[in-house]
Design a protein around this ligand. Structure first.
Ligand code: MIC
Ligand code: SF4
Length: 751
């Protein structure tokens, strides 16, 4: 039986009335996304139409999921809200803090020891407040959610940008910062700007070497890392129905990389099969009953251009496998062009490591298809040229693939099987030799490949591909190898070709597991004690941020003018810093250390305007803080892309940065800044970025009349005594302005 089946049944029972009312107010057929959104309004059945890209709307999500690296901050905030129990079903998943080094069991034992304090904290908070706890080794949040909690037509939020994975089971699942999760767990509404709608029509059928991953690799190439901003992507068409449920999950998962709010698919037989195979026939039966409401109205898919703001069509019959990268997930190269592109750009051709798995690509189907390639290594007398690693997405998948002999097959090609955890994907990878910073190439089936993300080495060229292509390239050890056309020379000197991968969507013998890793919370947790040691380096109770002083901000120093890509990995690095995710002061020592300083092209070296000396960003900012001087951060396009980590907003807030002024923001980061009482501003004229000088003292004018839709003015006081005045825009609504005034959204909740 599924978890929380009563909640699911209750949600389904409201669908008919909500959707009928929505059709009436909107006056036309509805997309699936619209049906789900209108069925989750905080205020109940719709009485007015909401406008895409304009209206802020309050929602009532069905559930909340948190992973350990972000749950710490989310729960530290929740503890301040003074509630007894979470208001909606919620879960915590221990997956981000396990370093991949030797192999799964050994690594897990080390992690349990090293992170004991954090795991104890998370499990006791979960126990106290009625939150389901998935212990270390249980699996990666999104895979576990897909296997246990996602349901067609539902809405959830999660403190991780890849929460969107649950779109593979027809949900609207959205990544948020911990403060948003905290609101929903405390029984408050969750606010989102009504999204725009992108439709992706899939025709044909995957074949040969192509897999679901290639769909999203291609879409990323078309839309780029910014192209999905503010939009929900809805996939449909005969090609969509022909995909497996987990393949749909892969596509939705990596939709985070195009900045999309989320992606989703209509309910179909692949979802029914997946629900039944994961022990949720009760959900499948309910979904079958309400089928018509769990997909768009037929008119929409018949004439998509009338109902979506943008429509993309992809023919799966002719889709080629793609390899995306290096350093950005949207640089898409079809496999047939890779040899040429790599040579042209000087990308290292030798593949050192192939890594499969992660939250987006570790389904039974993925693993069985990759294993069919690994099997050919001995069958054809080949030798695998690169190292090869696997990070299974969950214990359910790991146990089942072991039973079915796949782990054995991978072991035969010298693979390392890491824990069911994020591992190398998030930089928790103790890669031998990475400290030498040599130029080298790796290929993986994860979804992010920002510079230095996997192994901390800025000279690692990381490429993203399907598990099948990753395996083939690891066998060949060559980035330019195209398994569709090229041959390999085996140990006997013969030329051999790899046969296209073959696999099974779901295990014929069914899934199996001994201990999936779930710990249910106490019925009554009021007696449970949550202990935070005041001397801890890993956990720190939060002190409230100060409220706004009631005046314009004068004499802010420019902390850094960041140049080019500035993702949350640049603002608050993961990997070795993950251990401080529960300790705001300690993690603040990584503030913006990865961002490139516009004035000298260097990372972590900015001018301290008080001393004139150059030094690390966190130190420089601490010097301003010590003098009670505020500062401002300036950035480029899509600032804060990538993760949902609110540390990227809390650290600058904690250290006394007052505003972040950029050409454009990524959605989650912009909201995180607002929630923490910061000013998130954009240039009205993007060229004004060039007017910001290194020694500027900056005034923000207009705050006493801060209101929705009204730009603010910035006065740039240059060192030579001259001045520039520029206009800056913001997207704060009335409620969000109150957050700014109170010093943070949390301060209002407590008031
Ligand atoms: C990621 O893939 O970058 C992460 C680590 O899962 C993040 C969350 C985090 O920073 O903890 C995400 O995608 O939101
Ligand atoms: Fe973990 Fe990577 Fe998935 Fe993020 S993208 S949840 S780090 S496996």
């Amino acid at each position: 039986m599924a978890f929380d089946i009563e909640m699911i049944a209750a949600r389904y029972s409201k669908m008919e009335a909500a959707i009928t009312a929505a059709r009436k107010v909107v006056g036309r057929p509805l997309t699936l996304t619209e049906k789900i959104l209108y069925n989750h309004l905080w205020t109940g059945n719709p009485t007015q139409e909401f406008h895409r890209g304009k209206d802020y709307v309050d929602f009532a999500p069905d559930r909340v999921a948190m992973q350990d690296a972000t749950a710490q901050m989310a729960l530290l905030q929740f503890m301040q809200a003074g509630r007894k129990k979470v208001a909606v079903p919620s879960t915590v998943h221990c997956d981000h803090l396990i370093t991949a080094k030797e192999e799964s069991n050994a690594d897990l034992t080390v992690a349990q020891k090293e992170n004991k304090e954090v795991y104890d904290f998370l499990s006791s908070v979960s126990n106290k407040y009625g939150i389901g706890f998935w212990k270390p080794g249980a699996g990666i949040i999104h895979q576990v959610v897909l296997e246990n909690y996602a349901f067609p037509g539902g809405m959830m939020i999660g403190t991780d940008s890849h929460t969107v994975n649950a779109g593979g089971l027809g949900m609207v699942a959205i990544g948020v910062g911990g403060a948003d999760a905290c609101d929903v767990m405390a029984g408050l509404p969750w606010e989102l700007k009504w999204p725009k709608a992108i439709g992706v029509k899939l025709t044909g059928k995957l074949n040969g070497w192509t897999s679901a991953k290639d769909v999203i690799l291609k879409v990323a190439g078309i839309l780029t890392v910014k192209g999905g901003t503010g939009a929900i992507v809805e996939y449909f068409g005969p090609g969509a129905e022909a995909l497996s449920c987990t393949g749909k999950g892969t596509i939705c998962n990596m939709g985070a990389e195009i900045g999309a709010t989320t992606s989703t698919f209509g309910y179909d037989e692949s979802m029914e099969r997946y629900l039944r195979s994961t022990n949720r026939s009760d959900v499948a039966d309910l979904a079958n009953k309400y089928k018509a409401h769990l997909t768009a109205d037929p008119e929409v898919y018949a004439e998509p251009k009338k109902y979506f703001d943008e429509v993309i069509e992809i023919d799966l019959d002719t889709l080629e496998p793609y390899i995306n990268g290096p350093f950005t997930p949207d640089l898409a190269t079809p496999i047939s062009k890779m040899k040429e592109e790599a040579a042209k750009n000087g990308w290292p051709m030798k593949v050192e490591v192939g890594l499969i798995g992660s939250c987006t690509n570790s389904s039974y189907e993925d693993i069985s298809r990759a294993a069919s390639l690994a099997k050919q290594v001995s069958d054809k007398g080949l030798k695998t040229k690169a190292e090869f690693t696997i990070t299974p997405g969950s214990e359910l998948v790991r146990y089942t693939i072991e039973r079915d002999g796949f782990i054995n097959t991978f072991n035969k090609i010298g693979a390392k099987v890491f824990s069911n955890a994020c591992g190398p994907c998030i930089g928790m990878w103790s890669r031998v030799g990475a400290e030498k910073k040599e130029k080298n190439t790796i290929v993986h089936s994860f979804n992010r490949n920002f510079q230095a993300r996997q192994d901390g080495n800025p000279n690692t060229y990381a490429f993203v591909a399907s598990p099948e292509i990753t395996t083939a390239l690891a066998i060949a050890g060559d980035l330019g190898f195209n398994p569709i056309t090229d041959t390999l020379t085996n140990e006997k000197g013969e030329k051999v070709k790899l046969d296209p991968p073959k696999g099974e969507e779901l295990p014929t013998k069914g899934f199996a597991v001994e201990d999936a890793g779930f710990v249910a919370p106490a019925e009554d947790g009021s007696g449970v004690q949550v202990i935070v040691d005041p001397k801890s380096s890993r956990l720190q109770l939060l002190a409230p941020f100060k409220s706004w002083e009631g005046s314009d901000l004068k004499g802010l120093k420019l902390l850094i003018k960041a140049k080019g890509k500035c993702t949350t990995d640049h603002i608050s690095m993961a990997g070795p810093w993950l251990k401080f995710r529960g300790h705001l002061d300690n993690i603040s020592n990584n503030l913006l250390i990865g961002a490139t300083n516009f004035y000298n092209g260097k990372t972590n070296e900015v001018k301290n305007q008080l001393s004139g000396a150059y030094g690390p960003v966190p130190e420089t900012q601490r010097a301003y803080k010590a003098q009670g001087i505020g500062s401002i951060v300036v950035g480029d396009e899509n600032y804060g892309e990538g993760s949902s980590r609110e540390h990227a907003a809390m650290e600058p807030r904690h250290l006394g940065v007052r505003a972040v002024l950029v050409k454009s923001f990524a959605r989650i980061h912009e909201t995180n800044l607002k929630k923490q009482g910061m000013l998130a501003l954009t240039f009205a004229n993007k060229d004004d970025y060039d007017k910001i000088q290194e020694d500027d003292s900056i005034d923000i004018v207009g705050l006493t009349a801060f209101s929705e839709g009204k730009p603010l003015t910035l006065v740039l006081n240059h060192k030579d005594g001259s001045k520039d005045e520029i206009q800056v825009n913001h997207t704060y609504n009335a409620q969000q302005i109150e957050w700014f005034k109170a010093g943070a959204a949390l301060n209002l909740m407590k008031a």
